[in-house]
Design a protein around this ligand. Structure first.
Ligand code: GUN
Ligand code: FE
Length: 427
């Protein structure tokens, strides 16, 4: 085995704990193959000064993690957002997703999506595709070729959809199994994820079958939960036999420590407890929740209860791909919840939001989202010189400014799994 040692120099910033930024001004990250070995203030042993990859006065931060993104909704980004969830799905989302039966159309959109994710600094992403097997396989191939890390889901829907965006239960299960099997020889950076769209789209038989597939193949699961009050009522009508929304998923074996549930705006305390007990992840998607008037997830309540939380852009209900944008929106929402609803639920700090968008969501992928020893070297190099306004600022203030005011123009280099990724149109 060839052991490749590299050292990167710059202002190293990460959140080992949500409580604070760890900052090493003019520090080093020592990387062996794809794994962080150490961070240090001084030149690491075994490396000569002239071998160091020097990023100078730039910030080096962990790559961003997006736990919830709909790749086929990218053509709709920013559209139809005066609607609430259910009419938005009917009028905008389903008709566009139906077009992904055309693999060549899908190919063009999915290449744009992959480029845009990397351009915006997302290095790991959990994606919904559509119900279509061939175009979803194409998405997996495009992602794999790009070098990004991803879970990709072939969406399952066998009820309450339009005629051109629905499958039979048998076809949906068979295509999902075939999708999982197609990964036998694909890289370990891009993997399948079982994807019941949400309870209203899936019959009990389909959910049962998907729970069994998840168990048989040891594959993770993603879905939506309690985003909108109309949706929550609908689920209660469809399944009066279950106590609540989370119990429906749990009954079919879909609430595991390898499950990520998007939204969690309207969950009850019992549901939050159940999710914590199961080790289920919550993808907090503030941008999407504000756009569709869904509400504000009380993210502090989930964190206090011990639920694993990460951030999601939820494009196309969210109109920004950038996870740094989602970080500031998460902080803003938490301040409104605190001020308007519950004084016990303290607002998120900037370091907590940064943690959610890096190490919090990153743990869904293993040791991802931090620069502690043993973590995958996923990193962004940030040139924030254009964001500086006269006064001398600390490194921590510079990262705050980047989170609130920065964008993809400030991202100079992207590394995933120790490898630098070049994105077209960014240099
Ligand atoms: N619930 C079911 N499907 C969707 C979707 O595509 N987007 C959002 N935001 N919520 C959903
Ligand atoms: Fe979604």
């Amino acid at each position: 085995v060839i052991c490749l040692l590299k050292a990167y120099r710059g202002h190293v910033v990460y959140t080992a704990s949500p409580k604070e930024f760890t900052v090493i001004e003019n520090g080093y990250i020592l990387v062996e193959n794809d794994i962080v070995k150490a961070v240090s203030k001084d030149l690491p042993e075994g490396i000569r000064e002239d071998e160091v990859i020097d990023h100078g006065d730039r910030l080096i931060v962990p790559g961003f993690v997006d736990l919830h993104f709909h790749a086929p909704q990218y053509p709709n980004i920013g559209l139809g957002l005066d609607k609430e969830l259910l009419p938005w799905l009917e009028d905008y989302t389903f008709p566009t997703e139906a077009k992904f039966s055309d693999v060549e159309f899908a190919d063009r959109v999915y290449r744009m999506v992959t480029n845009e994710l990397l351009k915006q600094g997302t290095t790991r992403v959990v994606l919904f595709a559509t119900i279509h097997l061939e175009s979803t396989k194409r998405l997996a191939r495009i992602l794999d070729e790009s070098g990004i890390g991803a879970y990709v889901g072939k969406v399952n829907m066998d009820r309450n959809s339009s005629d051109n965006l629905i499958e039979t239960t048998e076809d949906s299960l068979a295509a999902t199994e075939s999708f999982i099997k197609s990964f036998d020889d694909v890289s370990d950076r891009v993997k399948p994820i079982i994807t019941p769209r949400f309870v209203p789209s899936c019959t009990a038989e389909l959910m049962q079958g998907l729970g069994e597939l998840a168990k048989t193949y040891g594959v993770p699961i993603q879905s939506h939960i309690s985003e909108n009050l109309g949706e929550v009522d609908w689920v209660a009508q469809l399944h009066p036999e279950f106590k609540d929304y989370a119990s429906v998923y749990d009954n079919f074996g879909l609430l595991t420590d390898n499950t990520v549930m998007a939204h969690c705006v309207h969950n009850t305390d019992d549901e939050i407890k159940l999710m914590a007990k199961k080790g289920t992840y919550s993808a907090h998607c503030p941008n999407a929740n504000y756009n569709l008037s869904s509400g504000i997830m009380p993210v502090r309540k989930f964190m206090n209860a011990g639920v694993n939380v990460g951030l999601g852009s939820d494009v196309g209900a969210g109109h920004k791909v950038s996870i740094s944008q989602v970080m500031s929106q998460a902080v803003q929402g938490s301040k409104m919840v605190w001020q308007m609803c519950d004084k016990e639920l303290k607002p998120l700090t900037t370091s907590e939001a940064f943690y959610l968008g890096t190490k919090g969501g990153g743990s869904y992928f293993g040791q991802v989202g931090s620069f502690e020893p043993g973590y995958k070297f996923d990193a962004l190099v940030i040139d924030d010189s254009g964001l500086q306004i006269e006064l001398e600022r600390s490194i921590e203030e510079r990262i705050q400014r980047f989170i609130y005011c920065g964008d993809d123009r400030n991202i100079i280099n992207r590394y995933v799994d120790g490898r630098e990724i070049e994105v077209p149109n960014t240099k």
